[in-house]
Ligand binder design. Structure first.
Ligand SMILES: Nc1ncnc2c1ncn2[C@@H]1O[C@H](COP(=O)(O)OP(=O)(O)OP(=O)(O)O)[C@@H](O)[C@H]1O
Ligand SMILES: [Mg+2]
Length: 419
């Protein structure tokens, strides 16, 4: 053992770094979300009378406050129900009109790691059951799982609110949503009222739902728009007051973190990530304050992280297409037409020793890259009689793509060696 600890716990920057944890910290106040809160409230209000709430579908891009606002509403709901029941307990039942309170059970599930309807159903069932009666995650007939699930819900004798966050991860098979919607409409439940909320940042998920599910789940739809720079600065101010020492930052640092994020996707997640990373860099360098240069550096770190995540979700040929586009970009040949890009893509496939897909398949992959925001497509007019054609370019920094491919397992050749 060395006689000096390798840990340095002197803190110049962070009062409480956990406040800048994007997923685990729940803000007390939400900025600029009054409209969404009102819509949520009117959809959930029936619960306080023991009635069936509206089913809700919440959608909006990443980092727009969907999860934070949902937790905020659920906390208030639990709070008001609790008040209701204390009022009933404390009242002399004869001369009070508060004679009953609602049984409420909220099951909040993040579906990120649950990639099928079946897995979600099992998870919901196990959440409702006690330790001694858990079911195994495989080996049961789906019908049994659904029947047991409805039994549990019905046993609650009250309102059960099922919240499925990141519900798009269940993919194409929306059976669980169908079953939950059906249980509600066919009076399968005798003693309980069921409410279902779905939350998603994938706009196509709602479109791809079967019509029956869509009609039922989307009774009430709440859109979360992207934030602008002023809103993001407000969000950062509240967070920074608790997370950072007063003299470790100034408004300029918050403004530039917010501006970067606003220009990119309007995501509070990204703005907070940039500020936390800038704080980490300052801490590492033993500085007393976060400087504008560190914010810039932090932006690069966050962007590289985001690009790696997007690349991780692509199919191998999606990656080859992107790799081709990145090389074209490095060679200053972007925006580039599909036909020319195909040559780059073909060479990437040869180097990776895999067959080349058709031009048409490449187009589909490029459309997907555009959809997730890593590339952008624009329609060009080739002049009189020339018709229309598409051009592609990266929508993120090429260096972030190169960096991300260095640790990717599908792409083995770096783009440093030219061809
Ligand atoms: N209006 C707001 N006021 C204060 N903090 C906010 C607000 N909106 C978002 N945040 C904070 O920004 C971060 C991202 O928000 P949240 O997780 O709710 O986004 P999301 O819409 O659920 O994104 P995703 O689709 O990626 O799950 C969280 O740390 C959250 O606390
Ligand atoms: Mg979320």
């Amino acid at each position: 053992m060395p006689n000096q600890s390798p840990f340095d716990t002197t803190q110049n920057i962070f009062q409480n770094r956990d406040v800048l944890d994007v997923d685990d910290y729940q803000p007390e106040q939400l900025i600029e979300r009054d409209e969404q809160i009102d819509e949520y409230a009117s959809a959930l209000e029936p619960i306080l009378n023991g009635w069936k709430p509206n089913n809700i579908f919440v959608y909006g891009k990443t980092g727009t406050g969907k999860t934070a606002t949902t937790h905020y509403m659920l906390n208030w709901l639990r709070h008001d129900i609790q008040e209701q029941s204390s009022a009933v307990e404390g009242s002399d039942k004869k001369d009070s009109n508060t004679t009953s309170s609602t049984n409420l059970e909220v099951v909040y599930l993040n579906c990120e790691a649950l990639t099928s309807s079946y897995q979600v159903a099992v998870e919901l069932l196990n959440d409702l059951r006690d330790e001694a009666h858990q079911v195994a995650t495989r080996g049961h007939a789906p019908n049994d799982i659904y029947n047991w699930l409805f039994e549990e819900i019905d046993n609650r004798n009250g309102v059960v609110l099922v919240v499925l966050d990141e519900v798009d991860h269940i993919g194409d098979d929306d059976t669980i949503l169908y079953q939950l919607a059906r249980a509600r409409s066919t009076n399968n439940l005798k003693n309980s009222n069921l409410g279902v909320m779905g939350i998603s940042n994938d706009f196509s998920f709602r479109e791809d739902l079967s019509p029956k599910v869509r009609d039922s789940l989307c009774e009430k739809e709440i859109l979360f728009p992207a934030y602008n720079a002023t809103e993001l600065t407000e969000i950062l101010k509240r967070r920074a007051e608790k997370a950072l020492y007063d003299d470790a930052y100034d408004l300029g640092v918050l403004n530039s973190s917010a501006a970067y994020a606003a220009k990119d996707k309007g995501s509070a997640r990204q703005a907070i990530d940039i500020l936390r990373n800038a704080g980490d860099l300052a801490q590492k360098k033993d500085l007393d304050t976060i400087t504008p240069d560190l914010v810039k550096e932090a932006k690069g770190i966050v962007e590289r992280g985001r690009v790696s995540e997007m690349i991780g979700g692509l199919s191998p040929h999606g990656k080859y297409a992107l790799h081709g586009l990145a090389i074209a970009s490095k060679n200053n040949e972007t925006p580039i037409r599909t036909k020319e890009l195909y040559d780059y893509y073909r060479i990437v496939c040869q180097r990776e020793q895999t067959d080349t897909l058709s031009v048409r398949a490449l187009r589909d992959h490029l459309a997907e890259l555009d959809l997730i925001g890593i590339a952008k497509e624009d329609q060009r007019n080739a002049g009189r009689g020339g018709g229309k054609y598409k051009q592609f370019d990266l929508d993120v920094k090429v260096d972030a793509v190169i960096e991300a491919f260095k640790s990717d397992t599908d792409v083995h050749h770096s783009m440093d060696n030219s061809f």
